[in-house]
Design a protein around this ligand. Structure first.
Ligand code: GLU
Length: 221
């Protein structure tokens, strides 16, 4: 189990993402991480901390950044120890694609072996890290197209929320045997593992069916 928050819309202070993550902490508390697109600098800012969400909060103290899209994550490890490197979101070789994952990718070892042969560099011991590298292979500017090519090769249970520095107009949410919902808010959308994360931030909640993928933009989904 783990907790995922993904936001896209009118740029929000990332501290709001942190507040939402605190409401998901019961889902996993061995480490916490975030990745946020800075629309001014056109860069992704990422931070991770081992332990409770409050350790991530300490590292983000004083960071005053407005962002869209962004991801926040709290982990409950299944593959790989409890370290900063193993915490999500995970990125590809170019730090373009960022993925937060709940669940297990059962065939990650075969996928990782092929990616290593192609020259990809891995920084974690997780099953999850194959996903951003597979998307990197398929990415030609449109995140949705790349994710759609990759999902069929993944085996196991997963909820994924994905953003890309080189396609910041989209946030992709995928549900396959792990919970994920979309909160429709004022000025933006939030993909989250559970509605408790979006209390007070949204007026409507849309539950993804199993096997569904949602493409979120700043003013539509
Ligand atoms: N399998 C992933 C990991 O160990 C995700 C675990 C989770 O759902 O918290 O990093």
């Amino acid at each position: 189990m783990c907790g995922i928050i993904g936001y896209i819309g009118k740029p929000k202070n990332i501290q709001e993402g942190l507040e939402a993550l605190k409401r998901l902490e019961y889902r996993g508390y061995d480490s916490a991480g975030m990745a946020a697109y800075d629309p001014g600098k056109k860069e992704i800012f990422a931070m991770k901390a081992v332990g409770k969400v409050e350790n991530l909060e300490k590292k983000l103290k004083g960071v005053d950044m407005r962002s869209s899209p962004f991801l926040f994550y709290t982990r409950w490890a299944t593959h790989g120890g409890v370290t900063e490197q193993n915490c999500h979101p995970h990125a590809d070789c170019k730090s373009n694609i960022w993925v937060a994952h709940n669940g297990i990718i059962e065939n990650y070892q075969q996928l990782k072996a092929k990616l290593l042969e192609k020259g990809h560099t891995f920084v974690s011991e997780t099953d999850t890290e194959v996903i951003p590298h597979l998307i990197e292979e398929a990415f030609a500017g449109n995140l949705q197209d790349a994710v759609q090519k990759v999902i069929p090769v993944l085996r196991g249970a997963f909820a994924l929320v994905i953003i890309a520095k080189d396609d910041p107009q989209h946030l992709i949410a995928v549900r396959n045997s792990a919970p994920l919902m979309i909160g429709v808010g004022e000025g933006g959308y939030i993909a989250a593992s559970d509605p408790s994360a979006v209390v007070g931030m949204t007026k409507e909640v849309v539950y993804l069916d199993d096997g569904e993928m949602a493409v979120l933009e700043k003013d539509s989904y």
